[in-house]
Design a binder for this molecule. Structure first.
Ligand SMILES: C[S@@+](CC[C@H](N)C(=O)[O-])C[C@H]1O[C@@H](n2cnc3c(N)ncnc32)[C@H](O)[C@@H]1O
Length: 211
């Protein structure tokens, strides 16, 4: 449907019936077909924090996490997306794919930029932060995102949480080194394996009570 040069290389948008698929530098990134763990990351996080939570989502993607946040009653949602083309596709295609229109979007603010940068500079504090910028700490679509899974950025995210807040990370598989880094920053780290059929489960790390 569209293609272009993004901040991190080539992006291609493909359609398959009513579904949409994004390919980054020739590697599958996301689609609207299977969104179970992207949604669960948000619903599980919001279920553990106060109602009407102020939520930050890192990585807009096709927007399934945003849709879940709206459905799960987040009070205000900031979503930070580094690729202007993805934001354009959200406005042109993804929003309509999810059946969202004006009033649904009043709680949503789409911020163009790097989520690590946003966290390092924002004055906001969030009840919940969900980070799904890559395929996980050990499967980076964009090498520069390694920093988001390293200690300084883990601490920055933890410091952006309001009291009682929770920070969630998405990963395509479990990573013990990453989990142990998280345990140095947070007193509570819960690993949730999201099973879907015969394929290996996606993994969520839900982190609370910063040290
Ligand atoms: C796996 S997708 C997110 C999927 C999303 N959870 C959903 O429900 O569709 C990752 C998204 O994060 C964006 N991204 C990658 N690195 C980023 C960064 N450092 N800051 C903000 N967005 C980033 C990518 O362009 C892509 O849109």
């Amino acid at each position: 449907m569209d293609r272009g040069e993004g901040v991190n290389g080539e992006l291609v948008l493909r359609t398959d019936g009513t579904d949409l698929e994004v390919i980054a530098n020739g590697v599958f990134l996301m689609d609207t077909r299977v969104t179970v763990s992207e949604r669960l990351m948000v619903s599980a996080t919001l279920a553990r924090v106060r109602r009407g939570a102020r939520l930050l989502i890192g990585g807009l993607g096709v927007g399934s996490s945003v849709v879940q946040a709206l459905e799960s009653g987040a009070g205000r949602i900031d979503v930070v997306e580094v690729e202007p083309l993805v934001v354009r596709w959200w406005e042109r295609y993804f929003r309509a794919r999810w059946g969202l229109s004006g009033p649904d979007l009043e709680r949503l603010r789409v911020i163009r930029g790097d989520v690590g940068q946003h966290l390092a500079t924002t004055q906001e504090s969030y009840d919940a932060i969900v980070l799904d910028t890559d395929n996980g700490p050990e499967w980076l679509v964009h090498e520069r995102n390694a920093a988001l899974y390293a200690d300084p950025a883990l601490l920055v995210a933890a410091r952006s949480l309001a009291p009682g807040g929770l920070c969630a990370y998405w990963s395509a598989w479990p990573s013990e080194p990453f989990e142990s880094r998280l345990r140095q920053v947070y007193a509570e780290v819960e690993r949730v394996d999201v099973h879907r059929g015969d394929v290996a489960p996606d993994v969520l790390y839900l982190c609370g009570d910063p040290r």
